[in-house]
Design a protein around this ligand. Sequence first.
Ligand code: SF4
Ligand code: SF4
Length: 732
Amino acid sequence: MGSVQIVATILAAAITAVAVGLAVRAVMKMVAVIRLGQPAPERFTDKGARTKTMLVETAGHTRMLKWSVVGAAHWFVMVGFIVLSLLVLEAYFEVVTPGGGLPIIGHWTIFALATELIGILGLVGIVVLMAIRLRNRPNRPGNRSRFTGSTMWQGYFVEWVVLLVLIFGFVIRGFKVATDHFEYPVWATPLSHAVGAALPAWTAGVSVAALIKIVISMTWLIVISLNVTMGVAWHRFLAFPNIFFKREPAKPAGSGLGALRPMMSEGKPLDFEEADPESDQFGVAQVEQFSWKGLLDFSTCTECGRCQSQCPAWNTGKPLSPKLLVLSLRDHAYAKAPYLLAGGGKDLTGEEKATAAQLAHLDVLALAEADRPLIGTAEEGGVIDPDVLWSCTTCGACVEQCPVDIEHVDHIVDMRRYQVLIESSFPSEAGVMLRNLENKGNPWGAPQNTREDWTKGLDFEVPRVGEVDDFEYLFWVGCAGAFEDRAKKTTRAVATLLNEAGVKFAILGEGETCSGDPARRIGNEFVFRMLAQQNVETLNEAFEGREKAKRKIVATCPHCFNTLGNEYGQLGGEFEVVHHSQLLAHLVSTGKLTPVQPVDGGVTYHDPCYLGRHNRVFAAPREVLGDAIQGELTEMPRNSERSFCCGAGGARMWMEEKIGKRINVDRVEEAMATGAKTVAVGCPFCSTMLNDGVNGKGAGEQVEVIDVASVLLRSVKPEAAPGERKTAPVAG
Ligand code: SF4
Ligand code: SF4
C-alpha cells in the first residue's frame, strides 16, 4: 500500500464514520417522530398484497411512468442508485489498492456489463431530470412551476451528487483501464475503456478517484442526516414503507381512493354511541393526532409537486397546494417533536401533560412551535390556514398523482372533522346545508313528501320497493335527482331507459334520505353516521334475504355511488352498486337498448371525480356516448385520471368560492375550447357547476351541459327527451 492509498484509506474511513454516525442518529430521530403518531393497526393486514403492491409500484414506477419522460429518467436513476450503491462499496476496496474490487461478483463480467449499462442510463436519466428541474424552476419568468414552494437547493444538491458519483464511477474504471488493473472486456464496458483511453497511466488515480467518490457519497449522507426533512433524498428509503403501508393495498396503482377512513381514536373506529370528546379523539387538532402513517406520509414527500400541478384549487389561485400542505405539516411535526418527545402535549381536555421540569431544557423554538394552532390564520400563527383547509374539493387528483402514495384527502378530512365537530368552525354558508341534512334529510331542505315528484308525467309507472318484490335493481335516486330540476331530467331519462330496456327496478321513494356524502366530506361524521345508518337499515330491509350479488343498486350520482358502494360497508351495508352509465352501457351492448338517431354537434365528456378517479369508471360513460353519437368523442386535454374537478366535491357545492378564479369556469373554458356543442356529464353536481360556468360565460345558447343518460335517450327515444336544450345539436 503506497502513501496515497494510506492517506486515502484514513480519510475515507474518517468521513464514513462521521456520516454513518449521523445517519444512525437521523434514522432514530425520524423513527421517534413517526412513532409519535396514533396507532394504525389496519396497516399491518394483508402483507402479501402490500408486498406485491410495493414491488409493482416501485419497480414498475406505475405513477411516474404516466409522466413518461420524467418517469423513465427517474426509473433509471432509481435503479442506478440501488445497483450503483454496490460500486460505492467497491470504492472502499479501490481506495486500498488500485486492483481492488468486490469479492466474488466484482470479478463477474456480467456484473461489469450490468453496472456499465445502468451507469450510462443513469447518467442520461439524471441529466434529463436536471434539465426538467431547471426548465420548471419556479423563478423562471412566466412559469407555473410544480416546484413552486419546493426547497430547490435540495433537489439540485441531490441531482449533482448522483451525477458526480456516476461520473467518478467511470473515472475509477478509466484509471483501472489506463493502469492495466481492469479485468473486463471492451464489449462489456465500452465507456470505461473509452474513458481509460483518455486518462494517464497514474496508478494512484484509482485510489484518489475512489476517495473522491466516497467523499461525495458521504457528504450526501451527512447533509441528509443533518436535514431529516429533506424528503427529496429520504424518499429513496421511505417510499418503500410508505407504499407498503398504503390504505388500499389490494387495489391497483392509482386507485387508493374510494372510502374515506372512518374517524379513529387510539387506532379504532370511533363508536359514536359511546364517544366522549374528553376521552376520545374527534378528528385531528394536533399534528401528533395523525396516525403514524400520516407522519410517515409527511416525511416521505419528495417535493416533486405533481399533486400541486393537478390540484384544481391551486390551479385557480386558491391558497391550497397539497404539496405545501404536506410540507407545512412535516415541518411542524419535526419542529414540535422535541417538545412531544420530552413528554409534552395537550390531553383531550386541552391540559398540558408535561411537568415544568420535563420542559425546562427545551429550546424556545420547540416550545413556540408547540403553541401554534394546527388550523389558524397567519396572524394566529396557524400551521394550516382555514382558507387552505376549506379550499379542497376532495377530488383526489393529488392522491392519484403522488408517486409515493401520500393520502392527502384523509388528512384534510381528519382536520376538517375536528373543526366541524369540536370547534363548529367552518364556512358559515355550509351551515344551512348541514341543518337541512339533519332536519329534512336532504341538503336543499326540500319536503320529504316531494321526493317522488320527478315521476309525475311519465308514461309508465315507477314501482316502489314494497309494492314489488322481484326488482333486479333498486334505483337510488339521490337528493339532487329527486329535488334539483336539471338532475330530475336525468332521473327521468334513466327511468325511461330502464323501462324501455325491460329492466325490473324499484325506488325507495320517501324511504330514501341523503347518502351523507356532503356531511362526511365537510367533516361532520356525526350527521353522516345518522343518515348512513338510516339508509343502511332501509336498504337491508329492502334486500332482505338476498345475497350480496343480488343486492343491486343503480345510482345516478357518483357521490351516492361512492358512498353506498364503498362506505356503507363500514356500517354493515354490503351492496353491489353501479353507476347508471355502467348499466346503460351494458344494456346497449346486450341489445336491450338500441340507439337509432345519432346525436351530433360534437360531444365532449367531463369525468366526475367520484366516478372516475375515485372509482375508476372511465370507459362506461364514454361507451354510452360513443353509442349515442355513433362516432368519436372530443376529449378535453385533462381527461380520465387527470380530469379536472368541477369544483363541487368535498361539500364545496355548498360553500362560496371567494378566492381566485372559479373552478367551474376554468373547466368550462377547457370544454368550450374543444368546440363541442354538448358537454356530457355523469353527475348532478358537475351538471350544476358546468351549467353555471357556461351561463356565466354567456354561452348558454351555444353549449349545452347534459347527462350521458339524456344524450342516450335522445338517440334511443328522441320523442321522450323533449325540451332539454336551447339550441339543437341533435341530428334529424
Ligand atoms: S383533493 Fe383535489 S382539491 Fe383537494 S388538495 Fe387534492 S388535488 Fe387539491
Ligand atoms: S405529496 Fe406526493 S405528489 Fe405531492 S409533492 Fe409530495 S411526493 Fe410529490
